[in-house]
Design a protein around this ligand. Structure first.
Ligand code: T4K
Length: 392
């Protein structure tokens, strides 16, 4: 249990408490009138789901926006990931992955009867560390499942080299990586399959939603069947599929979001610039830098709090911010490897994951979304600076 000095807490809260709660994420809402326009058409046609006209339109426009050829929409990112493994026929053995991620990444392995093998992360990107992957490869290893955490690309070239050398599949959980590019190439062009999430908390949202991006039309078609119970036609089921379909309401929301997403990313970029400018002056607060040639999407703004230098722990800082009506999140603490369902695995031992353990104990994702007022960002930075000043 952590406990903030009560007088300091009172002083900071009385000075900085915001009148309205500020959350880590907020969806950018399209105009209600525009959405109603779509709803009227849905009402008129009574076509609600199963490859309706808006689903078709959205899939087409999304492919163009992302610069990819083979894409299937999904009801959410988790089902998309489940189907990705099934599509690659990975349903036993081991898959090497990162512990520093949302539970969905590890859980989809479990649901496909695959044992996750946790690999430590790189302290410069917080993504799976390619230099530590090879020692984890065993005869039963089927694939590497990387996550582009916070939208920062994994070292895709190094992972590709390892995968080719050992004959492994590469799957990317690109839940955070909407619109990210390396030079002129979409991040979704790397690996055998990439899964996106369009959840309400993401910078691009279809309420719930997701997609799989594959390398060929044959794979895309196979995934289309898997997404729809394996149904080929009214009298033919060609395999054990699942229901992963996106509905028309989600697709319409997505069509409207596509018109706004560039503005969303640009506004986030500016807010991240402000955070960085203000926080770089505070000892013990660290953040990730942009990577040259990468078009970042600024999906999240994680900071690391080094208690020894800053004077306060991450948990204490989080408590003060909450007291001020600011609700950051400790994404991703605890590590997946520390969940009771995985902690007994040999690869889950904390000693094997020193970087991930440290990052998870220090990380705090600060509020970031396009219509976040820059004055609120200033206040959050003021609070962080004030705490350090009070402790030093
Ligand atoms: N892989 C990775 C790496 C992921 O991060 C995720 C999901 C997935 C896979 C799975 O994709 P999906 O199956 O979800 O498509 C949220 C999201 O639910 C989850 O999608 C996301 N990652 C994760 C990082 O964040 P929670 O449980 O932290 O969300 P919640 O409900 O606490 O919301 C956070 C804040 O967002 C709230 O305090 C307020 C704001 N919010 C939330 C919702 C739902 C809104 O303003 N409006 C809303 O509608 O998981």
């Amino acid at each position: 249990m952590y406990c903030v000095n009560a007088t300091m807490m009172e002083e900071i809260v009385s000075c900085y408490k915001l009148t309205e709660p500020v959350y880590i994420a907020r969806p950018r809402m399209p105009s209600l009138g525009d959405y109603e326009g779509y709803l009227e058409q849905i009402w008129a046609t009574r076509w609600l789901t199963n490859d309706g006209q808006f689903h078709i339109q959205f899939e087409k426009r999304l492919k163009e926006y992302l610069g990819v050829e083979h894409l299937n929409l999904f009801v959410n990112g988790t089902v998309a990931l489940l189907v990705a493994l099934h599509a690659l026929r990975i349903n036993s053995g081991e898959v090497i992955t990162t512990p520093f991620t949302f539970p969905a990444t590890a859980h989809v392995l479990y649901w496909n009867r695959i044992q996750p093998v946790f690999c430590d992360i790189d302290e410069k990107t917080f993504n799976i560390d390619p230099s530590k992957i090879e020692r984890l490869i065993r005869p039963d290893t089927k694939a590497i499942l990387g996550v582009h955490v916070y939208g920062t690309p994994c070292d895709v070239e190094a992972i590709e080299t390892i995968a080719q050398k050992h004959g492994l599949h590469v799957i990317y959980d690109a839940a955070h990586a909407f619109g990210v590019r390396i030079a002129d190439k979409s991040i979704l062009e790397y690996g055998d399959i990439c899964a996106l999430s369009f959840h309400a908390t993401k910078l691009f949202t279809t309420i719930e939603g997701g997609a799989l991006v594959t390398r060929s039309e044959v794979e895309r078609k196979r995934i289309q069947f898997l997404r729809n119970f394996g149904i080929a036609d009214e009298e033919t089921v060609i395999g054990p599929g699942i229901n992963g379909k996106m509905n028309e309401f989600q697709a319409c929301f997505g069509l409207l979001q596509l018109d706004m997403v560039d503005q969303e990313i640009e506004e986030r970029r500016q807010l991240v610039g402000l955070y960085r400018q203000r926080l770089s002056k505070i000892p013990g607060i660290f953040f990730l830098a942009d990577i040259p040639k990468v078009r970042h999407n600024y999906a999240y703004f994680p900071i690391l709090v080094d208690e020894k230098i800053y004077g306060f722990s991450r948990d204490e800082l989080c408590e003060v911010l909450r007291g001020c009506n600011v609700f950051p999140r400790k994404y991703f603490y605890p590590l997946c490897s520390d969940y009771s369902c995985y902690s007994a695995l040999p690869s889950a031992r904390p000693a094997n994951l020193p970087v991930a353990q440290r990052v998870a104990s220090q990380v705090l994702c600060l509020p970031l979304y396009g219509n976040l007022d820059s004055a609120v960002v200033e206040t959050i930075c003021d609070i962080i600076a004030k705490i350090h000043a009070a402790t030093s």
